[in-house]
Design a protein around this ligand. Structure first.
Ligand code: TXA
Ligand code: MG
Length: 331
């Protein structure tokens, strides 16, 4: 299959919408990461998303919309708290899990009786969703297990030859995926931290339970939690405490080391350095990009400096720990 590269203009977005309406797959930018979209009502098209990504069939997809009017054909009820969140944070990086309507095929929700819905704020995503006027099921547009794509190039590396088209919308602003919150039970449950912070959710809703850490052997609240995620080819080690000391101690055990840090480091000869950023927004927009760049540089290990859990850092840290398979060193 030849993957078409579309520009971010009216004519190309029209063509992309036609592909989606005809059951094809189109990757498109959102404010968080690039998504790989298909018509959510078309089971065959959705099945092709799972094939292109190599995604496990029990991991459900997020349905993307441009207007709240579309909700009536996607969910069976809109909880009061969901309406409050939509009014405040939509369009934006917040995904809300609600009870599913029968119109949404089981393949989208991976057999669950709930469905995750999000309204992106990115203009290209909005224009595309409006043009096709269909709910679009879209996971992140990466090969399953790899870091999510935040640039056109990342999508092309993973998906060229496997999907119908990609829209080049430049770099994604946030850089980590949307916050996922489940509102199907009495107390709202945070399933994945993201661009809308836990602090913002608590301020808006009062009590919010955190259910985004998965413990082996339990049934995860969100199926995606139990899979290896965001992993570059290199082994990732999160370093808590004195990174310089850790590097000095361990640098001779590796051929080439990638160092992700927000401090000045005395680099050994076999290390390459990337500056994590000046604040949590920069950490978020750099993390996935740098994990991929370290792979291109051929490092065999990445030492990443630990961060706190305030604001968007909670999401960045969650992705970082997962990419490390929770390998955390104390120094
Ligand atoms: O920012 C984002 O959310 C991006 C862009 C493209 O919108 N999408 C994205 O999709 O990150 P994906 O498929 O990579 O992650 C979706 C997450 C998974 O962890 C999945 O398990 C969870 O949402 N999820 C989807 N439907 C769910 C449901 N009904 N109940 C619980 N978790 C659900
Ligand atoms: Mg993903």
């Amino acid at each position: 299959m030849i993957t078409k590269c579309f520009k971010n203009d009216k004519e190309d977005i029209k063509q992309a919408a036609v592909i989606l309406k005809n059951g094809g797959l189109v990757a498109f930018p959102t404010e968080t990461v690039y998504g790989l979209g298909a018509n959510a009502f078309d089971e065959t098209a959705v099945l092709n998303i799972f094939k292109a990504k190599g995604r496990p069939a029990d991991n459900p997809l997020i349905v993307h919309i441009y207007s709240e009017n579309q909700l009536s054909e996607i969910v069976s009820e809109i909880p009061k708290k969901a309406k409050i969140l939509m009014d405040k944070f939509w369009p934006g990086p917040l995904t809300i899990v609600m009870k599913k309507s029968d119109n949404i095929p089981n393949i989208v929700s991976a057999g669950l009786n709930t469905v995750a819905v999000r309204m992106p704020v990115n203009e290209t995503a909005f224009n595309l969703l409006k043009e096709c006027n269909l709910p679009i099921a879209a996971p992140s547009a990466n090969t399953s297990g790899k870091p999510s794509p935040t640039t056109f190039k990342h999508v092309f590396e993973d998906m060229n030859g496997k999907i119908d088209a990609v829209i080049d919308g430049g770099n994604c602003e946030v850089g980590v995926e949307s916050t996922v919150i489940d509102l199907t039970e009495d107390i709202p449950m945070l399933l994945r931290p993201g661009g809308i912070t836990l602090e913002q959710l608590i301020e808006t809703l009062g009590e919010v339970k955190c259910a985004y850490e998965y413990k082996d052997g339990t049934i995860p609240k969100s199926p995606g939690m139990k899979y290896k995620h965001y992993a570059p080819k290199a082994k990732v080690i999160v370093v808590r405490g004195n990174l310089q000391k850790y590097i000095n101690k361990h640098c001779n055990n590796y051929n080439k080391i990638g160092i992700l840090s927000y401090n000045n480091i005395n680099l050994p000869n076999n290390a390459v350095y990337k500056f994590f950023g000046n604040n949590s927004r920069e950490y978020a927009s750099n993390l996935f990009k740098y994990l991929r760049e370290f792979d291109e540089l051929g490092v065999d290990v990445i030492f990443a400096e630990d961060i706190d859990d305030k604001g968007i850092n909670l999401a960045v840290r969650n992705r970082l720990y997962k990419s490390a398979g929770y390998t955390i060193a104390e120094e």
